[in-house]
Design a protein around this ligand. Structure first.
Ligand code: CAA
Length: 259
Protein backbone atom coordinates (compact mmCIF):
# COMPACT_ATOMS: atom_id res chain seq x y z
CA UNK A 1 0.00 0.00 0.00
CA UNK A 2 1.33 3.48 -0.95
CA UNK A 3 2.98 5.61 1.75
CA UNK A 4 1.63 9.11 2.32
CA UNK A 5 2.71 12.01 4.53
CA UNK A 6 -0.64 13.56 5.54
CA UNK A 7 -3.10 10.68 5.36
CA UNK A 8 -3.12 7.06 6.46
CA UNK A 9 -4.54 4.37 4.24
CA UNK A 10 -5.53 0.82 5.20
CA UNK A 11 -8.15 -1.80 4.43
CA UNK A 12 -10.50 -3.50 6.88
CA UNK A 13 -12.00 -6.46 5.09
CA UNK A 14 -13.56 -5.08 1.92
CA UNK A 15 -13.56 -1.52 3.26
CA UNK A 16 -10.92 1.04 2.29
CA UNK A 17 -10.16 3.44 5.14
CA UNK A 18 -8.58 6.85 4.62
CA UNK A 19 -7.63 8.77 7.77
CA UNK A 20 -6.68 12.43 7.46
CA UNK A 21 -3.53 12.74 9.52
CA UNK A 22 -2.25 16.27 9.90
CA UNK A 23 -2.86 16.72 13.64
CA UNK A 24 -0.73 19.85 14.14
CA UNK A 25 -3.09 21.80 11.84
CA UNK A 26 -6.36 20.03 12.79
CA UNK A 27 -6.27 18.34 9.36
CA UNK A 28 -6.40 21.65 7.50
CA UNK A 29 -6.79 20.70 3.86
CA UNK A 30 -3.61 21.93 2.22
CA UNK A 31 -2.57 21.16 -1.33
CA UNK A 32 -0.42 18.16 -0.40
CA UNK A 33 -3.16 16.61 1.72
CA UNK A 34 -5.77 17.03 -1.02
CA UNK A 35 -3.39 15.55 -3.62
CA UNK A 36 -2.78 12.53 -1.41
CA UNK A 37 -6.47 12.14 -0.64
CA UNK A 38 -7.31 12.14 -4.34
CA UNK A 39 -4.68 9.50 -5.05
CA UNK A 40 -5.87 7.28 -2.19
CA UNK A 41 -9.53 7.52 -3.20
CA UNK A 42 -8.75 6.71 -6.81
CA UNK A 43 -6.57 3.82 -5.67
CA UNK A 44 -9.40 2.29 -3.66
CA UNK A 45 -11.87 2.90 -6.49
CA UNK A 46 -9.62 0.89 -8.81
CA UNK A 47 -8.95 -1.90 -6.28
CA UNK A 48 -11.27 -4.89 -6.89
CA UNK A 49 -10.77 -6.05 -3.28
CA UNK A 50 -12.45 -2.89 -1.96
CA UNK A 51 -16.23 -2.36 -2.11
CA UNK A 52 -16.73 0.83 -0.10
CA UNK A 53 -14.63 3.60 1.45
CA UNK A 54 -14.64 5.38 4.82
CA UNK A 55 -13.06 8.82 5.12
CA UNK A 56 -12.30 9.99 8.65
CA UNK A 57 -10.07 12.32 10.66
CA UNK A 58 -9.07 12.40 14.32
CA UNK A 59 -11.26 12.58 17.44
CA UNK A 60 -10.52 16.32 17.59
CA UNK A 61 -10.99 17.21 13.93
CA UNK A 62 -12.32 15.71 10.75
CA UNK A 63 -10.87 18.81 9.08
CA UNK A 64 -10.80 22.47 10.17
CA UNK A 65 -11.12 23.72 6.61
CA UNK A 66 -8.91 24.71 3.73
CA UNK A 67 -5.43 25.73 4.85
CA UNK A 68 -5.79 29.43 5.69
CA UNK A 69 -2.04 30.00 6.06
CA UNK A 70 -1.38 28.45 2.65
CA UNK A 71 -3.96 30.60 0.85
CA UNK A 72 -3.83 33.88 2.76
CA UNK A 73 -1.41 35.67 0.41
CA UNK A 74 -2.80 34.37 -2.87
CA UNK A 75 -4.03 36.84 -5.45
CA UNK A 76 -7.29 36.89 -7.36
CA UNK A 77 -5.67 36.00 -10.73
CA UNK A 78 -3.76 33.13 -9.11
CA UNK A 79 -6.81 31.50 -7.52
CA UNK A 80 -9.01 32.26 -10.51
CA UNK A 81 -6.81 30.90 -13.27
CA UNK A 82 -5.78 27.85 -11.26
CA UNK A 83 -9.49 27.30 -10.47
CA UNK A 84 -8.47 26.96 -6.82
CA UNK A 85 -10.61 24.36 -5.04
CA UNK A 86 -11.56 22.94 -8.42
CA UNK A 87 -10.93 19.48 -9.74
CA UNK A 88 -8.50 18.34 -7.08
CA UNK A 89 -11.06 18.85 -4.30
CA UNK A 90 -13.83 17.26 -6.28
CA UNK A 91 -12.09 13.93 -6.87
CA UNK A 92 -14.36 12.45 -4.22
CA UNK A 93 -17.33 13.21 -6.49
CA UNK A 94 -15.82 11.00 -9.21
CA UNK A 95 -15.51 7.89 -7.02
CA UNK A 96 -17.91 5.13 -8.06
CA UNK A 97 -17.84 3.21 -4.77
CA UNK A 98 -19.73 4.55 -1.73
CA UNK A 99 -17.72 7.01 0.37
CA UNK A 100 -18.84 7.45 3.99
CA UNK A 101 -17.58 10.46 5.97
CA UNK A 102 -17.08 9.51 9.63
CA UNK A 103 -16.88 12.89 11.36
CA UNK A 104 -15.65 13.54 14.90
CA UNK A 105 -14.67 16.99 16.15
CA UNK A 106 -14.45 19.95 13.82
CA UNK A 107 -15.78 19.77 10.26
CA UNK A 108 -15.47 23.41 9.31
CA UNK A 109 -15.35 25.28 6.02
CA UNK A 110 -13.72 22.99 3.47
CA UNK A 111 -13.92 20.19 6.06
CA UNK A 112 -17.71 20.43 6.15
CA UNK A 113 -17.74 20.72 2.36
CA UNK A 114 -15.55 17.64 1.96
CA UNK A 115 -17.87 15.68 4.26
CA UNK A 116 -20.86 16.84 2.20
CA UNK A 117 -19.16 15.67 -1.01
CA UNK A 118 -19.13 12.16 0.44
CA UNK A 119 -22.24 10.01 -0.03
CA UNK A 120 -23.32 10.20 3.58
CA UNK A 121 -22.10 11.43 6.95
CA UNK A 122 -22.03 9.58 10.28
CA UNK A 123 -21.15 11.85 13.20
CA UNK A 124 -19.52 11.28 16.56
CA UNK A 125 -21.28 12.98 19.46
CA UNK A 126 -18.59 15.68 19.61
CA UNK A 127 -18.86 16.64 15.93
CA UNK A 128 -19.16 20.33 15.09
CA UNK A 129 -20.14 21.44 11.61
CA UNK A 130 -19.88 24.95 10.24
CA UNK A 131 -19.06 27.24 7.34
CA UNK A 132 -17.06 29.97 9.11
CA UNK A 133 -15.56 31.46 5.92
CA UNK A 134 -17.52 34.69 6.45
CA UNK A 135 -15.28 35.41 9.44
CA UNK A 136 -12.29 35.42 7.08
CA UNK A 137 -13.78 37.82 4.55
CA UNK A 138 -14.60 35.08 2.05
CA UNK A 139 -17.44 32.63 1.36
CA UNK A 140 -17.44 28.81 1.05
CA UNK A 141 -15.62 27.80 -2.12
CA UNK A 142 -15.99 24.03 -2.29
CA UNK A 143 -19.74 23.80 -2.73
CA UNK A 144 -20.83 24.81 0.80
CA UNK A 145 -23.48 27.31 -0.27
CA UNK A 146 -24.97 24.77 -2.69
CA UNK A 147 -24.76 21.49 -0.79
CA UNK A 148 -25.65 22.77 2.68
CA UNK A 149 -28.93 24.26 1.50
CA UNK A 150 -29.87 20.96 -0.17
CA UNK A 151 -29.18 19.12 3.09
CA UNK A 152 -30.60 21.47 5.73
CA UNK A 153 -32.84 23.94 3.85
CA UNK A 154 -32.52 27.66 3.28
CA UNK A 155 -33.00 29.15 6.75
CA UNK A 156 -30.45 26.97 8.51
CA UNK A 157 -27.97 27.22 5.61
CA UNK A 158 -28.24 31.03 5.70
CA UNK A 159 -27.94 30.98 9.50
CA UNK A 160 -24.74 28.91 9.41
CA UNK A 161 -23.13 30.61 6.39
CA UNK A 162 -23.93 34.21 7.40
CA UNK A 163 -23.13 33.90 11.12
CA UNK A 164 -20.27 31.42 10.82
CA UNK A 165 -21.50 29.60 13.95
CA UNK A 166 -20.94 25.92 14.58
CA UNK A 167 -23.74 23.33 14.70
CA UNK A 168 -23.33 20.37 17.07
CA UNK A 169 -23.99 16.74 16.14
CA UNK A 170 -27.50 16.66 17.61
CA UNK A 171 -28.55 19.72 15.60
CA UNK A 172 -26.88 18.29 12.48
CA UNK A 173 -28.90 15.09 12.88
CA UNK A 174 -32.17 17.01 13.39
CA UNK A 175 -31.33 19.04 10.28
CA UNK A 176 -30.67 15.88 8.23
CA UNK A 177 -27.03 16.73 7.51
CA UNK A 178 -25.97 13.43 9.10
CA UNK A 179 -27.63 10.04 9.00
CA UNK A 180 -26.86 9.15 12.60
CA UNK A 181 -24.90 10.19 15.68
CA UNK A 182 -22.87 7.64 17.65
CA UNK A 183 -20.45 7.79 20.59
CA UNK A 184 -17.03 8.97 19.43
CA UNK A 185 -15.39 5.72 20.58
CA UNK A 186 -17.56 3.65 18.25
CA UNK A 187 -17.64 6.05 15.28
CA UNK A 188 -15.07 4.26 13.17
CA UNK A 189 -16.43 0.81 13.99
CA UNK A 190 -19.96 1.91 13.02
CA UNK A 191 -18.78 3.53 9.80
CA UNK A 192 -16.71 0.50 8.79
CA UNK A 193 -19.62 -1.80 9.66
CA UNK A 194 -21.97 0.23 7.45
CA UNK A 195 -19.42 0.33 4.63
CA UNK A 196 -18.96 -3.43 5.02
CA UNK A 197 -22.68 -3.99 4.44
CA UNK A 198 -22.50 -1.92 1.23
CA UNK A 199 -19.36 -3.79 0.14
CA UNK A 200 -21.14 -7.14 0.57
CA UNK A 201 -23.54 -6.42 -2.31
CA UNK A 202 -22.96 -6.47 -6.06
CA UNK A 203 -20.70 -3.52 -6.88
CA UNK A 204 -22.44 -2.57 -10.15
CA UNK A 205 -25.75 -2.18 -8.30
CA UNK A 206 -24.17 -0.31 -5.39
CA UNK A 207 -22.34 2.07 -7.75
CA UNK A 208 -25.47 2.70 -9.81
CA UNK A 209 -27.62 3.21 -6.71
CA UNK A 210 -25.30 5.92 -5.43
CA UNK A 211 -25.04 7.48 -8.88
CA UNK A 212 -28.82 7.64 -9.17
CA UNK A 213 -29.27 9.17 -5.70
CA UNK A 214 -26.55 11.76 -6.32
CA UNK A 215 -28.11 12.59 -9.71
CA UNK A 216 -31.22 13.79 -7.88
CA UNK A 217 -29.22 16.87 -6.89
CA UNK A 218 -28.78 17.88 -10.48
CA UNK A 219 -31.90 16.76 -12.35
CA UNK A 220 -35.59 17.48 -12.49
CA UNK A 221 -37.84 14.72 -11.09
CA UNK A 222 -38.82 13.61 -14.60
CA UNK A 223 -35.19 13.45 -15.82
CA UNK A 224 -34.09 11.76 -12.61
CA UNK A 225 -36.72 9.03 -12.81
CA UNK A 226 -35.80 8.43 -16.46
CA UNK A 227 -32.12 8.21 -15.54
CA UNK A 228 -32.92 5.79 -12.69
CA UNK A 229 -34.99 3.62 -15.04
CA UNK A 230 -32.11 3.37 -17.54
CA UNK A 231 -29.69 2.29 -14.80
CA UNK A 232 -32.29 -0.14 -13.39
CA UNK A 233 -32.75 -1.74 -16.80
CA UNK A 234 -29.01 -1.95 -17.42
CA UNK A 235 -28.52 -4.02 -14.26
CA UNK A 236 -30.52 -6.81 -15.93
CA UNK A 237 -27.44 -7.24 -18.14
CA UNK A 238 -25.35 -8.32 -15.12
CA UNK A 239 -24.74 -11.85 -13.89
CA UNK A 240 -25.24 -10.57 -10.36
CA UNK A 241 -28.87 -9.65 -11.08
CA UNK A 242 -29.51 -13.25 -12.20
CA UNK A 243 -27.61 -14.54 -9.17
CA UNK A 244 -29.38 -12.23 -6.68
CA UNK A 245 -32.85 -13.10 -7.89
CA UNK A 246 -32.12 -16.83 -8.33
CA UNK A 247 -30.71 -16.96 -4.80
CA UNK A 248 -33.91 -15.39 -3.45
CA UNK A 249 -36.08 -17.90 -5.34
CA UNK A 250 -33.89 -20.81 -4.20
CA UNK A 251 -33.82 -19.56 -0.58
CA UNK A 252 -30.01 -19.28 -0.42
CA UNK A 253 -27.48 -16.49 0.02
CA UNK A 254 -26.37 -14.84 -3.22
CA UNK A 255 -22.78 -15.17 -4.36
CA UNK A 256 -22.11 -11.83 -6.03
CA UNK A 257 -19.13 -11.69 -8.39
CA UNK A 258 -19.34 -7.99 -9.36
CA UNK A 259 -20.02 -9.13 -12.90
N1 CAA B 1 -5.86 26.40 8.24
C1 CAA B 1 -4.61 26.40 8.70
N2 CAA B 1 -4.28 26.12 9.98
C2 CAA B 1 -5.30 25.79 10.80
C3 CAA B 1 -6.64 25.77 10.39
C4 CAA B 1 -6.91 26.08 9.02
N3 CAA B 1 -8.15 26.05 8.51
N4 CAA B 1 -7.42 25.44 11.43
C5 CAA B 1 -6.59 25.25 12.48
N5 CAA B 1 -5.31 25.47 12.11
C6 CAA B 1 -4.11 25.37 12.93
C7 CAA B 1 -3.98 26.56 13.87
O1 CAA B 1 -3.42 27.67 13.20
C8 CAA B 1 -3.09 25.99 14.94
O2 CAA B 1 -1.77 25.98 14.47
P1 CAA B 1 -0.56 26.54 15.40
O3 CAA B 1 -0.56 25.61 16.59
O4 CAA B 1 0.65 26.41 14.54
O5 CAA B 1 -0.91 27.92 15.77
C9 CAA B 1 -3.54 24.54 15.04
O6 CAA B 1 -4.21 24.26 13.81
C10 CAA B 1 -4.53 24.30 16.17
O7 CAA B 1 -5.59 25.22 16.02
P2 CAA B 1 -6.10 26.17 17.21
O8 CAA B 1 -4.97 26.51 18.14
O9 CAA B 1 -6.82 27.32 16.60
O10 CAA B 1 -7.11 25.17 17.93
P3 CAA B 1 -8.40 25.53 18.80
O11 CAA B 1 -8.84 24.23 19.40
O12 CAA B 1 -8.13 26.69 19.68
O13 CAA B 1 -9.50 26.03 17.72
C11 CAA B 1 -10.75 25.86 15.67
C12 CAA B 1 -10.00 25.12 16.80
C13 CAA B 1 -12.01 26.55 16.24
C14 CAA B 1 -11.14 24.84 14.62
C15 CAA B 1 -9.82 26.95 15.06
O14 CAA B 1 -8.56 26.36 14.74
C16 CAA B 1 -10.34 27.59 13.81
O15 CAA B 1 -11.22 28.45 13.88
N6 CAA B 1 -9.84 27.18 12.63
C17 CAA B 1 -10.19 27.77 11.37
C18 CAA B 1 -11.57 27.28 10.89
C19 CAA B 1 -11.93 27.98 9.59
O16 CAA B 1 -12.04 29.17 9.49
N7 CAA B 1 -12.13 27.17 8.52
C20 CAA B 1 -12.48 27.65 7.22
C21 CAA B 1 -11.24 27.80 6.39
S1 CAA B 1 -11.56 28.59 4.83
C22 CAA B 1 -12.19 27.39 3.83
O17 CAA B 1 -12.32 26.25 4.20
C23 CAA B 1 -12.54 27.82 2.43
C24 CAA B 1 -13.33 26.83 1.66
O18 CAA B 1 -14.53 26.91 1.56
C25 CAA B 1 -12.70 25.73 0.97
Amino acid sequence: MAEYGMIKVETRGKVGLVTLDRPAALNALCDQLMTELGQALKGFDADPAVGAIVLTGSEKAFAAGADIKEMKDRSFPAVHFEDFIGNKWETVLTIKKPVIAAVAGFALGGGCELAMMCDLIIAGENAKFGQPEIKLGIIPGAGGTQRLIRAVGKSKAMDLILTGRMMDAAEAERANLVTRVVPVESLLEEAVKMAGVMASYSLPSVAMAKEAVNAAYEMTLREGVRFERRLFHSLFATEDQKEGMSAFAEKRKPDFRNA
